[in-house]
Design a protein around this ligand. Sequence first.
Ligand code: AKG
Ligand code: FE2
Length: 357
Amino acid sequence: MSRSSESTVHTVSTVTVSYSELKESNIDLSGKIEQGFGPNGLGILSVKDVPGYSDLRQNLLRLAPRLAGLPEEVKRELEDAHSRYNFGWSHGKEKLESGKLDMLKGSFYANPLQDVPTSNSFEIQRYPWYCGSNIWPRNSLPELEGAFKALGNLMFEVGLMVAYHCDQYVSKDLNQHEKQSLEKILLGSRCHKGRLLYYFPAQDSTTHDNDSISSWCGWHTDHGSLTGLTRAIFSRNSVEVPCPDSGAGLYIQTRSGQIVKVVYGEDEIAYQIGETTAILSRGSLCATPHCVRAPQGEEARGLERSTFALFMQPDWDQKLTFPKEVTSHEDISLSDNVLTFGEYTEKLLNIYYDTKP
Ligand SMILES: O=C(O)CCC(=O)C(=O)O
Ligand SMILES: [Fe+2]
């Protein structure tokens, strides 16, 4: 899926809900949820006026270039091959759409809610990508742990409120026996994962496939339930700068197949739907295909991008029954059409990573 750079960029703003509305359980937000996440929605919704958010975002995102700039041997100590790089530092381990290794970005993964999600050795062996323990750079970047946990926790709290209103919306068209509360699933889970992302600057214009919309991050849908996203910060040598190319940033493919650039305020948290929510809501809430386009042109030289994603996910033991109407990965055979979330993740890791633990 790619479009030439000459084609016009359609820019669309997210549907926005204010924090004060969201925290009220008796306000009916099903109209907004439908507009954002329903069958004709863009698949993204943003929350504004979240108390304390702006500082926590700045505090964490400014650490991304510093983490990426640590000496290679220090970053290597923060790697965890056993969890298939799903804890700690990861660079050049994941495969892109093209099948090539992704050298364009570095990521740091941790569960912002629990350092040690389980002490059961069978579980740790079975699902190391979720049941392992966090790895913090306590000597090389001691501020990271606190900043990561503070932002992750806040985005989780707000995400739970979004989930509550999603449940209210979905309950309107599901039979009583089919109801599975997204809010409850997320509250009881030990699988939430934060990802601090750092996109390396293009050293020369041949580094990035500039004609492609997905030149910085390939097309995909997140496989969890709900993803919280900060607005990215662009910087040069760690100094924040406005992005010189209005075509750069997050793109979404709409339900009708149109590709649009999505914008939201820097003080808003955006939420997207992942595949597991589409599965559990039997298609009432649709997953959101998205990618990231790199800036183009001379001014893009040396430009780096930092952002944070919070993947809110069900517990590893959560059973997923794949309904026929939800199209999932064609490359996953669902002979018995029921998988735990941990097993489903394993199948995806087999597609996106070469190495087995
Ligand atoms: O960089 C971004 O804005 C999005 C990253 C993303 O989609 C992901 O990590 O799943
Ligand atoms: Fe994503």
